[in-house]
Structures are given as structure tokens and as C-alpha cells.
Design a protein around this ligand. Structure first.
Ligand code: PLP
Length: 382
């Protein structure tokens, strides 16, 4: 294999450490569904699921049946929850790949029951309630009791909802969502439906200790990869300690000295204010370096933060190496990660690019090679 010119290093040790931090926070009685959708937020769903399965994870959550099939074909044994709907054309994957669908409406319940009856499998499913985010989910309890009572073959195993703003303590939206969820659960329970898995919390509702939302299962994604969103308002101290799992490197292709007044890159958007030493890096927006970082971003070269100069190109990014005379063509710089005291995480990058850390991580493209480190949890990220 040709050595990679841009790659990410994914620390299995840190991933396991973050999973264990969630485990300690929620206790042994609460199931953890590790969210590995979108190729595990760019970390590689198969390797992440394998690593976490080895660390005791029994549930994985993905967005589509397609993502679920990928995990199953890779040998993942745990339960797989398909969260973002199952289209009619995807239904036939559920039974053979043992995927557990999340249903979002009375119509879904009818459809799933018909499928379960014809497939001779019990087809356990989870039902999502829309408690106020106004995205996926059944809004209100109208018709649900009747539809659940009418099920002949499909079996309800879980009841869930999703929060719109769980890290926002300046708003009561989450409290209202919890109350709405509880009121529907009470209605169902008083009619004889005891649903064993009830889950509302993703990373933020775990991290800020919204225990009323933990019930019997939680669904962390972001936190497993080492990030907690900043809270708004008067938030309690986080109950999780997590560390970024991924660092991202690229090699320097060329180093050159340019005179004062030189224009760098497309559009000549950067003019050298004095003689500079420029480094050309082997990563661009086609690798996931946000184009919005043009003339704004930073990288770590020779243990020091240095600025991007000029626009980010498709395959290349130019940086100012004037203060790092030791950096040579072929050396690696850090686009995301740590070198000595210099640090650049996905949240810092996101702020500069005007986006969110999730977007930065999911944006790292597949041509950036994934390398998995079989390290301990406390290995410093290099
Ligand atoms: C993505 C997702 C999660 C995980 O969210 P994080 O903020 O990454 O923890 C949980 N539940 C649902 C329904 C999701 O779509």
C-alpha cells in the first residue's frame, strides 16, 4: 500500500475510555446504545463497533438499514437500532440482518406488523415519539394505543424520543420534552404496555446529568468520540470526562520562501506582508478541510500553531511556516490533534469555520486513511 499523505489516527484506548466514562456515569442498570451512524462520525463504524463490542457494548445505533447491514456483515454481534426510518424498499433487510427498526407513526406500526406476520420473525421494534423537536417521530399519543393493541406479530421493545436542545439551560424545551414523553409512557403503562427500553438521552443529556431522561437506555455519539457540547445558561458541571479519539495529519509536499507582496493561492486572497516561508500541505477541501478555513484556519507544525494562508484548495492547503524553519517536505503536520502544548480540536476548528464539531468530524472524507491505534487510554495523542 502506498503510504498515506493524509490520515487520521483513531485511538481505541480513548474510545474505550470514553465509553467507560459513560458507563460510570449512567451505572450498570442503564443500557448504552453506542451511536455509530455516519461511519461513526468519520471514525469508521466497523472498527469503532468492534472496539466497543470488545469493551462490552451490546447495542449500536445507526441511521439506515444500509449502515446496519454493513456492521452485521462485518461480524458485529450486538443489537443494531436503525434510527432514521426504514423505507419500504429496505424492509427486507430487517429480519435476515437482525436489525431493529425505529418506527415513527401509526402507519409504520401497521406496516411492521404485516411484515413480522409474513416473515415469521418477532421483529422487535422501538417507537419514537416526537415530543417537541418536530423532526422524526409520532406526535402525540393519538391512535398509538389502538395501533399497539392491534399488533399481532411485531413486538414493541423500546420507546424513545430525541431532544432538540439538551445542553441549553436557558430554555425549558428539554423539560417540556421529558414531561411529554412521561405523560405518553404513563398512558401506555396504564393500558398494560410496559416497554422495557425507554431512551431519550444523547451525549448532552448524559453529560449534564439530566437523569430524569436516562430511564433504561442512553444513546451517546459525540461523547464517545471525545466531545461535549458547551452548555448555555446555568448548567450543572458535566458528569463525563472524555477525550478526543481522532487526530488528523497531512504531509508537507513543498516548502518555499516567498517575497513580501506575493499573492498566495486562488484569487490571490492572501498577500504576504513580509517575506514568508510557505508550506503546501497534502490535504484540501476534498479531504474535509473546510473551505471556510481559508485565511482563517490553523494547523500544528513543529509543535506550534501556524496560520493557513490563502484559500483552501481541493487537494492542497497552504500554511505559513516562517516560524518553523525545521519543518521539511515529507514531514507531517497536525490538522486536528495535539503536538506538545499546541492543540486543535474539532470544536476549535468548527468555530473558525462557522460550523459544528459534528460537521468537521463527519466531513473527513474516505480518502483520508484511517489508522487504528491499539493504545492505552492515557497515551498522549501524537
Ligand atoms: C445522532 C443521534 C444521537 C447521538 O447524538 P450525540 O449528540 O452525538 O450524542 C442520539 N439519538 C439520535 C436519534 C440521533 O440521531
Amino acid at each position: 500500500m502506498v503510504p498515506a499523505r493524509s490520515w487520521v489516527e483513531i485511538s481505541r484506548g480513548r474510545l474505550i475510555g470514553n465509553f467507560q466514562s459513560v458507563r460510570r456515569a449512567v451505572g450498570d442498570a442503564v443500557e448504552i446504545a453506542a451511536v455509530v451512524k455516519a461511519d461513526a462520525y468519520g471514525h469508521g463504524a466497523v472498527e469503532v463497533a468492534r472496539t466497543l463490542e470488545g469493551a462490552g457494548a451490546r447495542w449500536f445505533a445507526v441511521s439506515s438499514a444500509d449502515e446496519g447491514v454493513t456492521l452485521r456483515e462485518a461480524g458485529i454481534k450486538g443489537r443494531i437500532l436503525v434510527m432514521a426510518g426504514v423505507l419500504p424498499a429496505e424492509e427486507e433487510t430487517l429480519a435476515p440482518y437482525r436489525l431493529t427498526p425505529v418506527l415513527h407513526s401509526v402507519e409504520d406500526l401497521v406496516r411492521m406488523d404485516r411484515l413480522a406476520a409474513s416473515s415469521q420473525h418477532p421483529l422487535p421494534f422501538h417507537l419514537k415519539l416526537d415530543t417537541g423537536m418536530n423532526r422524526l417521530g409520532a406526535a402525540g399519543s393519538a391512535g398509538l394505543l389502538e395501533a399497539l393493541s392491534a399488533l399481532r406479530a411485531a413486538r414493541i421493545e423500546g420507546l424513545m424520543t430525541h431532544f432538540a436542545s439538551a445542553a441549553d439551560y436557558s430554555s425549558l424545551q428539554t423539560d417540556h420534552q421529558v414531561e411529554c414523553f412521561h405523560s405518553i409512557v404513563r398512558t401506555l403503562e396504564s393500558n398494560g404496555f410496559r416497554v422495557p427500553l425507554r431512551h431519550l438521552a444523547s451525549s448532552n443529556a448524559i453529560a449534564y446529568g439530566r437523569k430524569e431522561a436516562w430511564h433504561t437506555m442512553v444513546r451517546p455519539g459525540h461523547a464517545l468520540y471525545g466531545y461535549l457540547s458547551a452548555a448555555r445558561g446555568e448548567a450543572p458541571a458535566p458528569v463525563l470526562e472524555v477525550t478526543p479519539v481522532l487526530s488528523w495529519k497531512a504531509r508537507v509536499i513543498q516548502v518555499k520562501d516567498i517575497p513580501e507582496g506575493s499573492l498566495v493561492g486562488y484569487g490571490g486572497s492572501y498577500r504576504a506582508p513580509r517575506p514568508l516561508r510557505i508550506g503546501v500541505l497534502a490535504a484540501g477541501y476534498a479531504d474535509g478541510v473546510p473551505h471556510r478555513l481559508s485565511n482563517k484556519g490553523r494547523v500544528i507544525a513543529g509543535r506550534r500553531l501556524v496560520p493557513m494562508v490563502g484559500t483552501v484548495s481541493m487537494d492542497l492547503t497552504t500554511v505559513d511556516l516562517t516560524k518553523c524553519p525545521e519543518v521539511r517536505p515529507g514531514d507531517a503536520v497536525t490538522l486536528l490533534g495535539k503536538e506538545g502544548d499546541a492543540q486543535l480540536d474539532a470544536q476549535q476548528i468548527a468555530r473558525l469555520a462557522g460550523t459544528i464539531s459534528y460537521n468537521v468530524l463527519c466531513g473527513i472524507r474516505s480518502r483520508v486513511r484511517r489508522i487504528y491505534l491499539d493504545d492505552g487510554q492515557n497515551t498522549p495523542l501524537g
